[in-house]
Design a protein around this ligand. Sequence first.
Ligand SMILES: Nc1ncnc2c1ncn2[C@@H]1O[C@H](COP(=O)(O)OP(=O)(O)O)[C@@H](O)[C@H]1O
Ligand SMILES: [Mg+2]
Length: 267
Amino acid sequence: MSVVLETRQLTKEFKGFTAVNNVSLRVQRGHIHALIGPNGAGKTTCFNLLTKFLVPTSGQILFNGRDITMARPARIARQGIIRSFQISAVFPHLTVLENVRVGLQRPLGNSFAFWQSEKKLNALNGRAMELLAQVDLEQFADTVTADLPYGRKRALEIATTLAMDPELMLLDEPTQGMGHEDVHRVTALIKKVARGRTVLMVEHNMSVISGISDRISVLQRGALLAEGTYQEVSSDPRVMEAYMGTTAGTTAGTTAGTVPGALEGAH
Ligand SMILES: Nc1ncnc2c1ncn2[C@@H]1O[C@H](COP(=O)(O)OP(=O)(O)O)[C@@H](O)[C@H]1O
Ligand SMILES: [Mg+2]
């Protein structure tokens, strides 16, 4: 099956205000799929529907063809949809290695079993170190997480997410608040860990999106405005207008490269 995640006319109203309006998305297996749109477009609400933090007003969510619209958050996590960042926060007082071990324990259903014998926990060290190596954090294994530089914390969050072996990773603004160097590192990391998985991410940084997205869906005022590759979407006059409030740029011979410029820093 080539579609991992599908929404059908997904809608969320808050007291008569429609934050997500008839959104039908199809996320292809193996893709890095980006969800973008101006501030207030409904991206976060959409994410919260997909991860079951919110119940849709109407519409359907299908994962691998199965209707999960009414499934509980814990169940969809077990089925392989894991949201990283903002939610799967790491524990600041544990070491980097210990945090990954917590992630490894989750599928076993004893997520917070810190009291488990040292011996049992140490049995997870090999796998935990492998995951740290994947995100280039081996040398920080014994560092207390609170002492990690910001970008490295995000890498650790990716490692704890990978520990749960998700089929679909949902990333909400993975490079938010980062400096250039960390943005590059985390972007490369997402590309690397996306091999053999599917990633759906909300991201504002257009250079990140242009660099790694296979497909982009653009939301505006709760509704799907455009969809396609970066080239297609960034040269779409409707998208330019949504972001810049004008299509003047197109007639003035603006290249596709100008949209990302206008989008930088948009939230
Ligand atoms: N719990 C809520 N109650 C009422 N309105 C909400 C709630 N959550 C979001 N909204 C509104 O829905 C719209 C979309 O918000 P959001 O999904 O956060 O947009 P984005 O993440 O694209 O910036 C906004 O106008 C916001 O004010
Ligand atoms: Mg948001």
